[in-house]
Design a protein around this ligand. Structure first.
Ligand code: ACO
Length: 121
């Protein structure tokens, strides 16, 4: 898997318990997951489907999140990406926890927002 993003949630991203909102994590994963489809399709993409999204462990303010991605399928106009989010926590005694994984499908789109074929070369 390829490291595509590192990001640290801030207090504004948390609920009253200090846990990070799932919607914030979904936004980071959607954005990070698009990096490889943008690269291989050499242009714009749009998210068409979140095929699976699993929150395995809660995320806290100050966790350093590393988001990894791997292309699992390339269709005619679509690309499906597996994304994993790992949290590095407790700087005094650091340890890594897989907090989220997802499968997301993106469609390559042209300047009119219509699907275009993913280049094969
Ligand atoms: C930048 C952002 O991410 S914005 C986030 C929100 N996303 C959006 O606003 C996108 C809104 N959706 C759209 O604009 C349109 O649906 C488009 C342009 C993405 C696709 O247009 P459509 O006419 O629906 O495309 P179409 O039905 O031909 O399907 C395109 C591809 O998606 C695939 N697809 C469609 N539905 C799904 C699904 N539920 N799961 C996985 N793949 C799917 C199709 O199989 C096809 O793949 P292929 O060409 O590799 O065989």
């Amino acid at each position: 898997m390829e490291l595509v993003t590192r990001v640290m949630p801030l207090p504004k991203d948390a609920n009253g318990n200090g846990d990070i909102f799932g919607g914030w994590i979904m936004a980071q994963v959607d954005l990070a997951g698009s990096a490889l489809p943008v690269r291989i399709s050499r242009g714009r993409v749009a998210t068409i489907a979140v095929n699976e999204f699993v929150f395995r462990s809660s995320v806290s303010v100050g966790d350093l999140l590393s988001i990894y991605a791997r292309i699992v399928r390339v269709g005619n106009t679509s690309m499906t990406v597996h994304v994993e989010v790992w949290a590095e926590r407790n700087p005094v005694n650091p340890h890594l926890v897989k907090v989220t994984e997802a499968n997301i499908t993106y469609v390559a789109i042209d300047e009119h927002g219509k699907p275009r074929t993913v280049p094969r070369d």
